[in-house]
Ligand binder design. Structure first.
Ligand SMILES: Cc1cc2nc3c(=O)[nH]c(=O)nc-3n(C[C@H](O)[C@H](O)[C@H](O)COP(=O)(O)O)c2cc1C
Length: 189
């Protein structure tokens, strides 16, 4: 499986293709002309309903195998007050955010795009996952699979077994047998 990254916020001097919907359309038109294998897309976080509508309208015109949301929230800045300096060096202190900070944005993107994309395009939910409950929330918003970035960096491969066990416990407690029992079934009232 190949994933096309339309959303790296850390390339100095380059803007993210994923925020320019005409450019996304051009890239996908050119790509699908020659690339015939399954192709997923890594997308940036969107923050506005016009953005959710705009990207979904483009993606629904292409045979996308899956989407993966979200990539890092671009260009945060972390300050070390002790040394009065930036913590992330390469780009003058600016760098993509992941982990706890990004979970609500990730859940919103999974939910908003699930509501707008063709049902045959599955969604990988990524952002802020470090427990079985976080996975539960992503699936409730409509995720088919999940990806773990920041927490994997801290914990390594044992995280997968721990999180699977925690998710199973939550499902047992709630009486759910499969992920489909609650996938996308987030209540709004
Ligand atoms: C150290 C680091 C490197 C990353 N490199 C990439 C990358 O090369 N391509 C990509 O699509 N996302 C990359 N990401 C973003 C993650 O895949 C993920 O989308 C984001 O961090 C949110 O998930 P998380 O909260 O689980 O970290 C990177 C994240 C981290 C922390």
């Amino acid at each position: 499986m190949t994933e096309l990254n339309l959303s790296c916020p850390n390339v100095a001097g380059k803007s993210q293709v994923g925020y320019d919907f005409d450019a996304v359309r051009d890239v996908l038109t050119a790509t699908f002309k020659f690339f015939k294998k399954p192709l997923g897309l890594k997308l940036p976080p969107y923050f506005d309903f016009n953005q959710f509508n705009g990207i979904a309208e483009v993606l629904n015109d292409f045979p996308v195998t899956y989407i993966n949301v979200i990539n890092s929230i671009g260009n945060g800045l972390v300050v070390d007050p002790e040394t009065e300096s930036v913590v992330i060096k390469p780009k003058g202190g600016f760098g993509g955010l992941g982990g706890d900070y990004v979970k609500p944005t990730a859940l919103a993107n999974v939910r908003a795009l699930r509501q707008r994309l063709n049902p045959e395009i599955p969604i990988i939910g990524t952002g802020g996952i470090k427990s079985g409950m976080d996975v539960f929330e992503h699936v409730l918003c409509g995720a088919n699979l999940v990806q773990i970035g920041t927490a994997f960096g801290y914990e390594g491969t044992p995280i997968f077994e721990r999180i699977s066990k925690e998710l199973k416990e939550i499902m047992d407690k709630k009486g759910y047998k499969t992920l489909d029992d609650f996938r996308g079934k987030l209540k709004t009232i």
